[in-house]
Design a protein around this ligand. Structure first.
Ligand code: FAD
Ligand code: UDP
Length: 370
């Protein structure tokens, strides 16, 4: 028998840590969650402003094809029927996203799928790309030059702070290309926003679990390690190993929140700004996630920025150099017997919420054999 106080110390109160805590508690294990932020929920955390749930770390739209995961989240909180249909602004023009017949009509006045395919193919034929090896080539060989130049290149290069030729192709594969008049940003079967906001989900997951906020694992590492038989670590994996193979790179963001004395500012939850010259990538109007009718509105501008140690690491940069470095850390992690690494930072993966929940539930299955 161990004399330690908890079975699990969970570093990070985001979705990974919360799902793990819920499942461990259900199996009779004692857990303590610590988080360095002043609130729980990680990047899905919301704050109420003017009676509107404000997504403090950028727009979060839940979507999945997996019925089990959809039923799982709905067992904690009911989801609404929100469907993400962003609009893109390029210079003075507006385009529907993802790339679909509406976009093709707006660009070229083509009305049929056949005309649209012909137009795109004629642009692709002018290029000589056999095996796309980076984001630029991938995008060009999928949608041709016009869409790439207006809607992808500027947005992508400001989002990632690198030329599109130096970015991995998989980033752009997230976006559907459709020859139907369908503005739904996702292909998944299930989609929505928790009614009452994401905090309802994370609070329900961690109900009855002890959480200590404003607590950085690395400030008192030995003390925390002595508290529990096992650790679930959802922070930066390179930091866990004292950066011994070097620092992994991330992309950071700055969010500028504003309350406006108007009922409806932009008529949509998400409006992208695709020109390189506009310094932000999108403006979010939060009330539209929940069909709000409050008298005021809250909007957030999202400014991409280079990550440095004092900033939040939002996106892993999965290029070859970083992936190779991550592999070295992963080899160390695989040898641990009492430490589990999970989540966007510890797995160094561009994971969406449903993938994080899937990964946490798989980890639970592996750890508890049930
Ligand atoms: P996090 O939520 O990052 O939680 C990790 C927690 O660990 C944080 O709270 C952090 O403070 C804490 N922590 C880290 N280090 C330490 C330490 N040393 N000591 C103590 N605590 C520590 N997904 C979707 O499905 N749909 C979307 O529309 C969507 N939009 C997104 C938009 C943006 C701008 C971003 C950045 C992400 C988006 N995501 C979206 C992804 C989603 O946020 C993640 O998949 C999910 O929140 C990751 O959960 P996590 O638990 O892995 O990490
Ligand atoms: N993207 C783009 N134009 C857009 C929207 C997205 O070129 O109007 C590209 C960009 O490279 C971005 C990627 O597609 O990083 C993924 O977009 P998504 O909206 O899925 O990103 P996230 O919500 O994760 O920031």
């Amino acid at each position: 028998m161990s004399s330690k106080k908890y079975d699990y110390l969970i570093v990070g109160a985001g979705l990974f840590g919360s799902v793990f805590a819920h499942e461990a508690k259900k199996r009779g294990k004692t857990c303590l969650i610590i988080d360095k932020r002043p609130h729980a929920g990680g990047n899905v955390h919301c704050e109420k402003v003017e009676d509107i749930n404000v997504h403090m770390y950028g727009a979060h739209i839940f979507h999945t094809n997996d019925k089990f995961i959809w039923d799982y989240v709905n067992s904690f909180v009911e989801f609404n029927r929100y469907t993400n249909s962003p609009v893109a602004v390029y210079k003075d023009e507006l385009y529907n996203l993802p790339f679909n017949m509406n976009t093709f009509y707006q660009l070229w006045k083509v009305r049929t799928p056949e005309e649209a395919k012909k137009k795109i193919q004629s642009q692709i034929d002018q290029l000589d790309i056999k095996e796309p090896s980076n984001l630029e080539e991938q995008a060009l060989s999928l949608v041709g030059t016009d869409i790439y130049e207006k809607l992808i290149k500027g947005y992508t290069e400001k989002q990632w702070g690198r030329p599109a030729t130096e970015l991995p192709a998989f980033i752009i594969k997230r976006l559907p290309v459709r020859f139907t008049y369908d503005n739904n940003y996702f292909n998944d079967k299930y989609q929505g926003i928790p009614i009452g906001g994401y905090n309802k989900l994370t609070e329900a997951l961690t109900e009855g679990v002890e959480i200590k906020l404003n607590t950085d694992f690395f400030e008192n590492r030995a003390e925390w390690e002595a508290m529990a038989d096992n650790i679930v670590f959802t922070g930066k994996i390179d930091q866990y190993y004292d950066f011994q193979f070097g620092q992994l790179q991330y992309r950071s963001l700055r969010f500028e929140h504003q309350t406006l004395d108007t009922e409806n500012y932009q008529g949509n939850a998400v409006v992208n700004y695709n020109e390189r010259e506009v310094p932000y990538t999108r403006i979010i109007e939060h009330k539209h996630f929940e069909f709000g009718t409050q008298p005021k509105t809250v909007v957030t501008k999202e400014y991409p920025q280079e990550w440095t140690a004092e900033k939040e690491p939002y996106y892993p940069i999965n290029d070859t150099r970083n992936n190779e470095m991550f592999k070295k850390y992963k080899d160390l992690a695989d040898k641990e017997t009492t430490v589990i690494f999970g989540g966007r930072l510890a797995e160094y993966k561009y994971y969406d919420m449903h993938q994080i929940i899937g990964s946490a539930l798989k980890t639970v299955k592996d750890v508890f054999n049930s």
